[in-house]
Design a protein around this ligand. Structure first.
Ligand SMILES: Cc1ncc(COP(=O)(O)O)c(C=O)c1O
Length: 403
């Protein structure tokens, strides 16, 4: 009896998701009737604007059932160009756009098109979990530049410069950032771009949260500041977060035409186009009235304020004010050493597990983002739920003892 050949070696370099065990346990508790405060997921609880759903239904009736161009239907690529000009201060042409099955897919296509063994890709930590894994899957090496809370989680130009080597293929920057919620100012981004200008590396800006900025902040986008770098700056964006359209799976990359041709090639041999109906819905979302997007943003800002106030009132938790996105990245080191029903809290994974088991609050340990000692709370949920979850945390902590 022959045993099947082994799985691909590239799988062995991919870290298993720390969040998976916690998510599975949260689902188990929920299934047994426990009311879980869902601060774990990065998914808006809003519905997409009604007119977007209507446009999708119309598209079905009008025959959007066929393959489209690999990089997306022209009206969508034009709408993305107009949006990029309006909100990111750079006017691409439709042949500079590749529409993919979500921003994650756009980033994966970029990884396939750009990274190879021997390459280094610079990623500031705390980072979104998929960046290093995608780099590793290509056989390239993630170079993690750790940032610090007392430096507002910013990667400085000096830190970037010292991480760059002859092998640096790309730099990935997420602003506003998942998980910290910090956003780079124009001056800070300019500083980084000066370093990029001195190198030949690609600069990938993940702008998926750029519509979700608070306190009247304006998003700083790299091609508005450095149009001279348009031959190696890539903007990644999508509908998931700002239009509450996570399940529609529409994201895109804007970049120089030779890179977009490469993405066309890669995507043409894998997924072909993003779903036709979803593309038509995306055209409606981007070209229709934007007041619901603004209303969702305003709601997130109010939720941020509630989450911050509530978290900072929990003994042992300390959290700085995020500038955007919908995450609070809290320092939980004040809780380490506590003894709970489930044992002593030694690291952030224990803390996150304790929050789930004893307070029924789902969260994600900072280690998942390359930053132990912290826990990420998503506030993509209602204000009452945020207050309820925080009260539950306070009760659970009051029940723990310090030996
Ligand atoms: C920083 C960041 N980039 C990209 C994505 C992926 O977005 P999409 O749902 O469009 O694939 C996410 C989703 O969580 C994210 O947090």
């Amino acid at each position: 009896m022959l045993v099947p050949r082994e799985l691909a070696r590239r799988l062995s370099v991919i870290a298993p998701s720390i969040t998976l065990a916690i998510n599975a346990r949260a689902a188990q508790l929920r299934a047994s009737g426990v009311d879980i405060f869902a601060f774990g997921v990065g998914e808006p609880d809003f519905e997409p604007p009604r007119f977007v759903l209507e446009a999708a239904k119309r598209a079905i009736d009008e025959g959007a059932s066929k393959y489209t161009a690999v990089t997306g239907i022209l009206p969508l690529r034009k709408a993305i160009c107009e949006r990029t000009e309006r909100l990111r201060g750079y006017a691409p042409t439709p042949d500079q756009v590749c529409v993919s099955v979500g921003a994650k897919h756009a980033l994966f296509n970029l990884a396939l098109a750009l990274y190879e063994p021997g390459d280094e890709v610079i990623i500031p930590a705390p980072y979104w979990v998929s960046y290093p894994e995608q780099v590793r899957m290509m056989g390239a090496t993630p170079v993690i530049v750790s940032t610090r809370e007392d430096e507002a989680w910013r990667m400085s130009p000096e830190a970037l410069r010292s991480a760059i080597t002859a092998k640096t293929k790309a730099i990935i920057l997420c602003s506003p950032c998942n998980p910290t919620g910090i956003a780079y100012s124009e001056a800070e981004l300019r500083g980084l771009l000066e370093v990029v200008r001195d190198s030949d590396a690609w600069f990938i800006a993940d702008e998926i949260y750029a519509d979700l900025l608070y306190d009247n902040r304006r998003h700083a986008s790299p091609l508005a500041l450095a149009p001279d770098l348009a031959d190696r700056v890539v903007l990644v964006d999508g509908l998931a977060k700002s239009y509450a359209m996570t399940g529609w799976r529409i994201g895109w990359a804007v970049g120089p035409t030779h890179l977009i041709k490469a993405l066309d090639l890669v995507q043409g041999q894998s997924t072909t186009n993003a779903t036709a109906v979803a593309q038509h819905a995306a055209v409606a979302a981007l070209t229709g009235p934007q007041d619901e997007v603004r209303a969702m943003r305003d709601a997130f800002e109010r939720r941020r304020n509630v989450m911050l106030e509530e978290l900072n009132a929990v003994p042992g938790i300390r959290c700085r004010v995020p500038d955007g996105a919908f995450y609070a990245f809290a320092d939980v080191r004040g809780l380490l050493g506590l003894v709970t029903g489930g044992g002593p809290l030694v690291g952030d994974a224990d803390v996150s597990r304790f929050f789930l088991e004893s307070a029924h609050v789902a969260s994600v340990p900072g280690s998942a983002f390359g930053m132990p000692g912290y826990v990420r709370f998503s506030y993509a949920t209602g204000e009452d739920r945020i207050r309820g979850g925080a009260a539950s945390l306070r009760r659970a902590i009051a029940g723990a003892t310090r030996p």
